[in-house]
Ligand binder design. Structure first.
Ligand code: DGT
Ligand code: CA
Ligand code: CA
Ligand code: ZN
Length: 602
């Protein structure tokens, strides 16, 4: 196990011990052990363990040394396994409800005997939870809302996680000798932020071997359907996957149909009908005449031939519509090929969408200075490996004390470190010194103007007082955007997909203010945020809002989350030109209006 994985285990042990009501000192020992681990470099940890010197590091008592050593060597810890088994799973599950920590869960268990979310829901319904010390009406309402959210979202999965499951399946299908073509379709292919189930379309010479492989591949927990041309399976995570096998000459039609969305399909079918054609998953055939669409599609002489989806769209007088745009939000009109397409205004045409390879860097990233897990060096190295020209470091500010936010003094020290790193030319990637500065409840910022002026750029974000009403929150954010030196707004609503609704804001008003101030809004690319939502970007960007795709990375791996942001940006109709971090280092520097002391010398 590497140090981050070990740190995760230590944190989990801390949570489990808290659920059991263990001694707070013991609990804290695991938490600080995890912290201490994060501050050590990977190689350093290996050396300390090898030389049996881990005990000399502050925060590691004897018990912890033994556990870390065991995890490092074997990836397993008997103590942890036993501890997990000794805590009722329902209690751990309750941690997923916003506002419920281990302490509260222990109280619920001790006082009311609650050991599952269902029992908790019932107790809230009876008003029993509100009567407990330290709970009250408001908490009870919040818990109930949390449970409802969880139910509503529980059946969906993050696009990022679904993609990780789908990619090896597509590769595995393509590797089967009988398979001609294989693609993932559905919401996954459309790049939707959450995915209900996976859909795979395969063209194959023979069906049986494909179904056999699909239903027995590793990770399948249950085969929920197995038919002549299709199969469905369910994985451990609850995610389900549908497979459909079609003859090769129907592949494009099936792929298009099962990519959806439903709204897009309905609109496209209407367009086909208006041209005397019938479009279905089987083919594009004359609408008039004898027989069903399926029967006609089986008659090759009647079916329009399509090798690719571009052929299918072309047969309906349309340009190729990228899957991300197929939501029925005007993409078909925009794709219409007119004799005078050039006379269409930009807003009426299909955009040339931004691509992953267009990005040259990003601005909202954390390091071990606040709550990140990668050091400045590790993050820069990873950015260089991605080919980025620049990396912005924006650690938390002091008001985010739970994330070890930086004081002015620590921030100044970090700026010096970054300056020295740039001067050393150790990496090809230039590092910008920024901050993710808290927007305080009244809309003032956590740092004063004198501090902000010295930075290369400033991200401002809301991290507390989430329950303010819409008007207060909106005014608060707008006030922050109107503060000098602010470069961009972080995660507009603070939502966590499938887990927490965003705080209430008037997005329109905030977008207006950002445009008026020349401040960018980030598209936070963290797979569980994707905030500001893609549905708002098209209009906002047409009105002149600048987008920055930021991974909000807390470790080196997190930098790759920009891929999820690109997805969302594409769904928001954004082009390369709409996304600021596609600009070159020189252009960014010119745009940042750098403080004289930090302006480039050459
Ligand atoms: P999901 O799985 O809930 O995230 O969303 P999708 O879009 O993947 O939906 P899914 O898996 O139910 O079906 C895949 C596609 O198949 C869907 O996007 C469009 C097409 N489709 C499914 N049912 C219908 C339908 O009743 N009418 C039409 N026009 N298309 C359908
Ligand atoms: Ca699906
Ligand atoms: Ca499906
Ligand atoms: Zn943040």
């Amino acid at each position: 196990m590497n140090k981050n994985e070990i740190a995760d285990v230590l944190l989990e042990i801390g949570v489990l011990l808290e659920l059991k009501g263990e001694n707070p000192f013991k609990i804290r020992a695991y938490q600080s052990g995890a912290r201490a681990l994060e501050a050590i470099e990977e190689a350093e940890l290996a050396r300390l363990i090898q030389e049996e010197k881990l005990g000399t590091v502050k925060g590691f008592g004897e018990a912890l040394v033994q556990k870390v050593t065991e995890l490092h060597a074997t990836g397993r810890l008997d103590f942890f396994e036993k501890l997990k088994a000794s805590v009722e799973p329902g209690l751990v599950e309750m941690l997923e409800i916003p506002g419920l920590g281990p302490k509260k869960i222990k109280v619920l268990h001790d006082k009311l005997g609650i050991a599952s979310i269902a029992a908790l829901s019932e107790a809230c319904g009876k008003g029993l939870v509100a009567e407990l010390d330290g709970f009250g009406e408001k908490t009870q309402e919040k818990i109930l809302a949390g449970i409802k959210n969880r139910e509503a979202y529980g059946r969906r999965h993050l696009w990022w996680d679904a993609r990780a499951v789908a990619e090896p399946i597509v590769a595995g299908l393509r590797a089967l000798p009988v398979v001609k073509r294989a693609e993932a379709a559905g919401s996954l292919r459309r790049g939707l932020e959450t995915v209900g189930d996976l859909d795979f379309i395969v063209a194959a010479e023979e069906v049986a071997p494909v179904v056999e492989w699909f239903t027995t591949m590793s990770g399948v927990k249950e085969v929920t359907a197995k038919g002549e041309t299709k199969a469905s399976v369910r994985f451990e995570s609850g995610l389900q996957a549908d497979l459909r096998i079609v003859p090769e000459d129907q592949f494009v039609f099936a792929l298009h149909h099962f990519t959806g969305s439903k709204d897009h399909n309905v609109q496209l079918r209407q367009r086909a009908l208006a041209r005397g054609l019938s479009l279905s998953e089987w083919g594009l055939v004359p609408a008039e005449g004898e027989g069903t669409a399926k029967a006609k599609a089986e008659d090759l002489s009647l079916r329009t031939r399509a090798e690719t989806e571009a052929d299918l769209f072309a047969a309906l007088g349309l340009e190729f519509i990228p899957p991300e745009l197929r939501e029925g939000f005007g993409e078909i009109e925009a794709a219409e090929i007119h004799v005078n397409t050039k006379s269409k205004s930009k807003a009426e045409r299909l955009p040339r969408l931004v691509e992953a390879s267009d990005l040259r860097g990003a601005f909202h990233n954390h390091t071990t200075a606040s709550d990140g897990r990668g050091t400045l060096i590790e993050m820069t190295e990873a950015a260089e490996a991605l080919g980025w020209e620049y990396l912005g470091i924006a650690d938390h500010s002091k008001a985010s004390f739970q994330a070890r936010g930086l004081t002015e003094e620590r921030l100044l020290k970090q700026m010096e470190e970054i300056g020295a790193l740039n001067r050393s030319r150790r990496f090809k990637t230039h590092v910008f010194s920024g901050t993710e500065c808290d927007i305080l409840p009244d809309g003032s910022l956590d740092f004063d103007a004198a501090m902000l002026a010295q930075l290369d750029y400033v991200v401002v974000s809301v991290h507390n007082a989430f329950t303010q009403d819409n008007a207060t929150m909106t005014a608060r954010i707008i006030r922050a955007l109107e503060t000098p030196y602010v470069t961009m707004l972080g995660h507009l609503t603070g939502r966590l997909l499938l887990r927490r609704e965003g705080y209430a804001v008037d997005a329109e008003k905030i977008i207006d203010a950002a445009i008026a101030q020349g401040v960018a809004i980030e598209l936070n690319a963290s797979p569980w945020r994707l905030d500001m939502d893609w549905r708002l970007w098209r209009k906002a960007s047409e009105r002149g809002l600048r987008c920055v795709i930021n991974p909000d990375a807390h470790d080196t791996e997190g930098l790759t989350h920009v891929r999820a942001g690109i997805n969302a940006a594409r769904k928001g109709w954004l082009t390369k030109n709409d996304v600021w971090n596609t600009r070159t280092l020189v252009e960014i520097r010119a745009g940042l209006n750098l403080h004289p002391s930090r302006a480039p010398t050459s």
